[in-house]
Write a protein that binds this ligand. Structure first.
Ligand code: KIV
Ligand code: ZN
Length: 547
């Protein structure tokens, strides 16, 4: 029996800012990354994988900023104890990437280098074009090099789920000899089943010399919808770190979702007998922040954080709930931070009360941002009787962390209906401070608005996704819109995947909230265009039409 008091503690390694940001459309500005990192620290994650510094100077700078600030700010764990999360940077197995990672994370009080190389026959043969022997040598060299810079080194044999177990044992033991302290086992393409994955972890724990002095980690993708089940099977087999992303975002079908693993361990604790350091009451807030900033909506029936996760619509369920909550509820909504008493501020609340509430929600505003938020809040309070936590999050989501704002909405007017052509007149403030106004017709009010904006901004793009929904119940609810778009011909907006090395067209998400849904749609579109402009640095692009 293992008598180590930490034996049953599962480290939560959050990769929302690295693997999560590899999701289509999840491009985040550096201030959004910073806000998410702060929120993850408050949530209590043990490790924040802040990015892939070798990708670009911007990525490196964002990781460095997180290391400097979040990596040196202890957060309260309750009962007087405080912890600082480990800040981790990803590196392919070469010295250049390792140097880039180290140069960004070295500022953290607890830095970690995470290096990886593929070990499955198919990846070694077709992607790496390397012999297994060369892969083993590379692992020894690069892990030893990383260890010479940083005490804490994590190694991942990419595509472990399809690697030959005997070969995995060999590479993992070489990584341990070279100084790896965490061995992460990725099911990169989400291929395995829970039984197979659990057996793989058991085999590793039994057959790799030196493994008992390291932490074994699991990193599962959701291609067959099995990521959470596989992660839990890995933990039951003895892994003690779970790599997860908020809302399960990530490449293709995504990564294991943080909230599912944490709440499974929490709700079924008598079965798993495993603990985490997560403050579960922060889950709903962080989920919402990630969805707002990435522009990736959470599906309503998503476990734990979906809008319907705690809604009990059917009459028979409601009857049961009224008689005894546990008839249909295995978790309390408050446990994950879904508040039942939603009113947070009244019409007469002041600036100080707003600031305190926003800080609780994870928004740290500069004085000018607070002024702007207060003005927005007062406008909303005039239109809406009850301002809820969800309203504040929605309002702030489109007020702050926009990064560079090239174009902003100054005003708009729309006519639509069955009696004429839908027409929108839009006035924007341009990068040089001038106002530009344009009117356009379209097939509907949103189309007309987007045509008018396009005429001013002048960046050819394709709208890939448009989602709209009400933030709260009631006729006076705020509407929120998320969009995702792609530049038509801009090689500068391409980015490279750290795993397959292929460049893919970057897509940009935008978010807007307003009691007027067409205004929310305009704000979301402008937010996405501003991100696109920031990434392609076409800062001098300006429309031709002025009035
Ligand atoms: O899925 C994967 O294999 C990864 C590695 C870089 C750990 O994300
Ligand atoms: Zn991954």
């Amino acid at each position: 029996m293992n008598t180590n008091p930490n034996y049953n503690y599962v480290r939560i390694f959050d990769t929302t800012l690295r693997d999560g940001e590899q999701s289509p459309g999840a491009s985040l500005t550096s201030s959004e990354k910073m806000e998410i990192a702060r929120a993850l620290a408050r949530l209590g994650v043990d490790v924040i994988e802040a990015g892939f510094p070798a990708a670009s100077p911007d990525d490196a700078a964002a990781v460095q900023q997180i290391a400097q600030e979040v990596g040196n700010s202890p957060v309260s764990e309750g009962e007087g104890s405080r912890k600082v999360p480990i800040i981790c940077g990803l590196a392919r197995a070469n010295k250049k990437d390792v140097d880039a990672a180290w140069n960004s994370i070295r500022y953290a009080s607890r830095p970690r280098i995470h290096t990886f190389i593929a070990t499955s026959p198919i990846h070694m043969r077709y992607k790496l074009r390397m012999e297994p022997k060369e892969v083993v040598e590379r692992i020894s060299d690069v892990v030893a090099y990383a260890h010479s810079l940083c005490e804490d080194v994590e190694f991942s044999p990419e595509d472990a789920g399809r690697s030959e177990p005997e070969f995995l044992y060999k590479v993992l033991s070489e990584a341990i000899k070279a100084g790896a302290t965490t061995l992460n086992i990725p099911d990169t393409v989400g291929y395995t089943t829970p039984e197979e994955f659990g057996n793989l972890i058991r085999g590793i724990l039994t057959n790799v010399p030196g493994i008992e002095n390291t932490i074994v980690s699991v990193h599962c993708h959701n291609d067959l919808g099995l990521a959470t089940a596989n992660t839990l099977a890995g933990l039951q087999a003895g892994a003690r770190q779970a790599e997860v992303a908020v809302n399960g975002i990530g490449e293709r079908a995504g990564n294991t979702s943080l909230e599912e693993v944490v709440m499974a361990l929490h709700t079924r604790r008598s079965m798993f007998a495993l603990t985490t350091g997560i403050d579960t009451t922060q889950i709903a807030r962080v989920s919402r922040m990630v969805s707002t900033y990435t522009g990736i909506p959470v599906q309503p029936n998503k476990a734990i954080v979906g809008a319907n996760a705690f809604a009990h619509e059917a009459g028979i369920h409601q009857d049961g709930m009224l008689k005894h909550q546990e008839t249909y509820e295995i978790m309390r909504p408050e446990t994950v931070g879904v508040s039942q008493s939603k009113l947070v501020l009244g019409k007469h609340s002041g600036r100080h009360a707003l600031r305190v509430h926003l800080e609780e929600l994870g928004f740290h505003l500069t004085p000018p941002e607070l002024d702007r938020a207060f003005e927005q809040y007062k406008q909303l309070a005039d239109k809406k009787k009850m301002i809820t936590e969800a309203d504040l999050q929605a309002l702030l989501g489109d007020q702050t962390n926009k990064g560079e704002e090239f174009y902003s909405l100054q005003g708009m007017q729309v006519t639509c209906g069955t009696m004429g052509m839908p027409t929108a007149t839009v006035r924007l403030c341009c990068p040089d401070g001038e106002l530009a106004t344009h009117a356009a017709i379209g097939t509907g009010p949103v189309h007309a608005t987007y045509c008018a904006i396009d005429a001013i901004v002048g960046v050819p793009n394709t709208l890939l996704e448009f989602n709209i929904h009400a933030v709260t119940e009631g006729i006076d609810a705020l509407g929120e819109v998320t969009v995702r778009l792609q530049a038509n011909d801009s090689p500068l907006s391409e980015r490279e995947s750290p795993q397959n090395g292929r460049t893919f067209a970057r897509t940009f998400g935008g978010y807007g909230a307003d009691t007027d849904i067409i205004v929310a749609a305009a704000k979301a579109y402008l937010a996405a265009l501003n991100k696109l402009l920031a990434a392609t640095t076409i800062s001098n692009v300006k429309g031709e039409i002025r009035s």
